[in-house]
Design a protein around this ligand. Structure first.
Ligand SMILES: Nc1ncnc2c1ncn2[C@@H]1O[C@H](COP(=O)(O)OP(=O)(O)OP(=O)(O)O)[C@@H](O)[C@H]1O
Ligand SMILES: [Mg+2]
Length: 248
C-alpha cells in the first residue's frame, strides 16, 4: 500500500467561478473512489487538473511520490495515469476492435495511424482479450457508431484500461446509459477494475451507483471537497444531502 495520488490545495478559478478551491485529497493504492456533486461543482476540472488539461493557479499534484504539477497530458499519460471523458472519445469510423488496436498502438508509443500493420501480431490477441474482459468480444467487428450507449461507455473505459495505467480516472462512466443498464455496466467495470487492482477515481451523478460501488466518496461543492468517507456515512449526512439535491 502507498499513496498513489495526492493533491495539495489545488486551486483554479475561471473568472469568478471557483472550479477548484483548495482541494487536498489523498488516494491510496487500490482504492475505488467515487466523486459526486452538483453540476458545475468542479468534478471534471479536478480530473483535468490531475491529467494536465488544466493548469492549477496554486497548489500541487503528486503521483506516486513525484510532483506532476503542470506536466502535459501526454507526459502524465506516459507516467501511468489514464482517463476517460464525460463524452466517449472513440474513432467513429472504426470498429470496436480497430479502436482497441489504436489504443494499443498508442500505448506502444506509435501514432494511432500505425495500428493497421499491427493487426497481425500478438496485439490482436491482447486486443480481443481486453475486449472480452469488458464483455465486448461479440461486438469486435461492429462499427462503434452502431453500439448501444452502455457498450460505448464500456469500450471507452476499456481503451483507457488497455494503457495499463496505475491510476484510472473515469468521468461519468454511466452517463447517458439507461437506468436499467447502469448497474450492468458498473458490475462489469468494477469486476475488471478490482481484479486488476488498478486505483480508480470515478465521477458519477447517480447516487445509487456511488452508494453501491464506491468504497469511498468525495463530495464536491463549488470547487471544494465538503465530505470524504464511506458512502454509507457520507451520503446520509444532512449537509451532503442538501448539497447534492437536484443531482442526476
Ligand atoms: N475551460 C473552462 N473555461 C471556463 N470555465 C470553465 C472551464 N471548465 C470548467 N469551467 C467552469 O468551472 C465550473 C466547474 O466545471 P466542471 O466541468 O468541473 O464541473 P462538473 O462538476 O464536472 O459539472 P457536470 O456535473 O456538469 O459535469 C463550471 O462553472 C464550469 O462552467
Ligand atoms: Mg463534469
Amino acid at each position: 500500500m502507498g499513496v498513489v495520488l495526492e493533491t495539495v490545495e489545488l486551486t483554479k478559478y475561471f473568472g469568478v467561478v471557483k472550479a477548484a478551491d483548495g482541494i487536498s485529497v489523498r488516494v491510496e493504492e487500490g482504492e475505488l473512489v467515487g466523486i459526486i456533486g452538483p453540476n458545475g461543482s468542479g468534478k471534471t476540472t479536478f480530473l483535468n487538473l490531475i491529467t494536465g488539461y488544466v493548469r492549477p493557479a496554486r497548489g500541487s499534484i503528486w503521483y506516486r511520490g513525484k510532483d506532476i504539477t503542470g506536466l502535459s497530458p501526454r507526459v502524465v499519460t506516459r507516467m501511468g495515469i489514464a482517463r476517460s471523458f464525460q463524452i466517449p472519445q472513440l474513432y467513429g469510423g472504426l470498429t470496436v476492435l480497430e479502436n482497441m488496436l489504436v489504443a494499443l498502438a498508442i500505448r506502444a508509443g506509435r501514432s494511432g495511424e500505425f495500428w493497421r500493420p499491427l493487426q497481425e501480431d500478438a496485439r490482436l490477441e491482447e486486443a480481443m482479450q481486453t475486449l472480452s474482459e469488458f464483455g465486448l468480444e461479440g461486438a469486435a467487428a461492429q462499427g462503434v457508431s452502431s453500439l448501444a450507449e452502455g457498450e460505448r461507455k464500456l469500450l471507452d473505459v476499456a481503451l483507457s484500461f488497455a494503457l495499463k495505467p496505475r491510476l484510472l480516472l473515469l468521468d461519468e462512466p454511466t452517463s447517458g446509459v439507461s437506468v436499467k443498464d447502469k448497474f450492468e455496466v458498473m458490475d462489469r467495470l468494477v469486476r475488471v477494475l478490482k481484479s486488476s487492482g488498478v486505483t480508480t477515481v470515478f465521477v458519477e451523478h447517480d447516487l445509487d451507483v456511488v452508494m453501491r460501488y464506491a468504497e469511498r466518496v468525495l463530495v464536491f461543492q463549488e470547487g471544494r471537497v465538503i465530505a470524504d468517507g464511506p458512502p454509507g456515512i457520507v451520503l446520509s449526512d444532512a449537509e451532503v444531502k442538501s448539497a447534492i439535491v437536484g443531482t442526476g
